[in-house]
Design a protein around this ligand. Structure first.
Ligand SMILES: Cc1cc2nc3c(=O)[nH]c(=O)nc-3n(C[C@H](O)[C@H](O)[C@H](O)COP(=O)(O)OP(=O)(O)OC[C@H]3O[C@@H](n4cnc5c(N)ncnc54)[C@H](O)[C@@H]3O)c2cc1C
Length: 427
């Protein structure tokens, strides 16, 4: 592909092939638009093997301390390693921002596999946690999941989880062009109008070449950790000016001597207590157990998968921190947030102990699957998700309103459909 001097070669250039980017690419391609997807990662199909996990788990340090998070830099984005827990978009929050997602949500519900885990697939670990938590007065219940349960006859199945990669594949079937190993650095703007992107395409291990592509519409969907930096590097300096939220939490594990655990679906059950502290089933499948325990230097748990019982703790944090000029996220956990984390940790340990666990360890504070609040609707972008640069739209985790702190995947599919409908009328 050489588009260096050809304006408007594409109807739309989508930066990033994650949940939102893949949705938009598939919707626009289906309506016969000429779409280019630029993706930083590779096309290799993921597997929950050590090699696969090492390849996809791009750890991102947030700040000086131990706060960190992981992202999948690959075709299909973070759903390549997510848990599949469903959080529904709050239609009233979006409606107040001038965005009607009701029709998109109805479509998504009809198209994607959404249901709670069937009882027969609950693992011994999931049942132990539920029983212990309920005895202690928590309301530990099932969540809807983006999993095709009909594909789980043999128990846990990575392939049964819905992933955005399937939408990339349908976009390609409908004629979209995908360029992988292509990292977009900035948006090309002429007289206040976005006309294309500048990116570097990796060529071998160390080499890369600078390229440009041009389109009528540019959609930035590089994810919440990349998009704010690209916007800033493209001249929108006030992005992230109030800091960010990152739902920090702990993953806490103990050993239950009489348990015979098996692989299961992380996050399929949990509870949200009245004070906003969320606890959930953090029992990871066996292939991830070893690498995770090794990474945390938890040698006692390393070879004890069947006896390992885990809880995740998540709290709602205050706005704070900054995106530095070198693209790093820095945040100091506030005293109030640390108090909530400590409370959540004590609660999780109590549930684990009541379930019979010993040798309880945690992995330090990490940021949960969300780092948000940097790009604000009706401030940095309008209700058509368009930036002050005409024809540049943003659609990914970075734009989800701060008040909406549920697992974001379903909301992003809805937003992707919403933006696609608008763009189809324009190109
Ligand atoms: C461990 C984990 C578990 C999670 N579990 C859940 C869950 O159970 N339920 C839920 O709803 N959500 C969950 N999430 C969050 C969810 O996966 C993400 O919020 C969602 O996939 C984000 O979609 P996105 O489109 O914003 O970005 P992503 O899916 O992250 O996609 C961004 C894409 O852009 C690419 N990219 C980045 N920079 C550039 C660049 N400069 N140029 C070109 N391409 C670029 C990336 O490679 C990636 O493919 C989890 C996340 C993690 C990390």
């Amino acid at each position: 592909m050489n588009s260096n001097d050809r304006h408007d070669e594409y109807d739309a250039i989508i930066v990033g092939s994650g949940t939102a980017g893949a949705t938009i690419a598939s919707e626009l391609s289906r309506s016969k638009k000429k779409v280019l997807i630029l993706e930083k990662g590779e096309t290799v199909v993921l597997r929950e093997t050590l090699a696969g996990i090492l390849a996809i788990a791009q750890e991102v340090k947030l700040g000086k301390g131990r706060l960190s998070t992981v992202r999948a830099i690959t075709t299909g984005g973070s759903t390549g390693m997510y848990f599949g827990v469903v959080g529904y978009p709050d239609l009233d929050i979006f409606s107040a921002l001038g965005i009607d997602l009701s029709w998109a949500l109805a479509e998504v519900k009809a198209q994607l596999p959404i249901a709670p885990i069937p009882d027969e697939l609950l693992t011994p670990q999931a049942s132990r946690l539920r029983d212990s938590a309920n005895t202690l007065g928590h309301v530990w219940g099932k969540y809807d999941m983006l999993v095709d349960w009909s594909r789980c006859h043999g128990g846990y199945s990575y392939d049964a989880k819905w992933k955005a990669r399937s939408l990339v594949e349908s976009a390609l079937d409908d004629g979209a062009v995908l360029t992988t190993r292509a990292t977009v650095d900035r948006i090309l703007v002429e007289d206040g109008i976005a006309v294309g992107v500048e990116y570097h395409e990796k060529n071998g291990l160390w080499r890369s070449r600078q390229r440009r592509a041009f389109g009528k519409k540019i959609v930035l969907a590089a994810g919440e950790l990349a998009t704010p930096g690209i916007l800033r590097d493209s001249g929108l300096r006030d992005v992230g000016d109030r800091g960010f939220v990152c739902n920090p939490g702990y993953a806490i594990y103990g050993l239950v001597p009489d348990m015979q655990g098996i692989s299961g679906f992380v996050g399929s059950m949990g509870c949200m207590d009245d004070d906003g502290i969320e606890l959930g089933d953090a029992n990871i499948p066996r292939p991830i157990h070893g690498p995770m325990m090794l990474g945390g230097l938890n040698f006692r748990h390393l070879f004890s998968f069947p006896k390992t019982l885990g809880i995740g703790v998540k709290v709602k944090d205050e706005f704070g921190g900054e995106l530095t000029d070198d693209g790093r996220f820095r945040k100091q956990i506030s005293v109030a947030d640390q108090a909530k984390l400590d409370k959540g940790r004590r609660r999780a340990v109590e549930i684990l102990k009541h379930a019979g666990a010993r040798h309880i360890v945690d992995f330090g504070v990490t940021a949960a699957g969300r780092v948000g609040g940097m790009v604000r609707i009706n401030e940095h972008i309008d209700s058509q998700l368009e930036t002050p640069y005409r024809n540049l739209h943003v659609c990914d985790g970075s734009i989800i309103p701060e008040a909406l702190r549920v697992p974001p995947t379903l909301t992003l599919v809805c937003l992707g459909k919403y933006l696609s409908r608008h763009l189809s009328t324009q190109i």
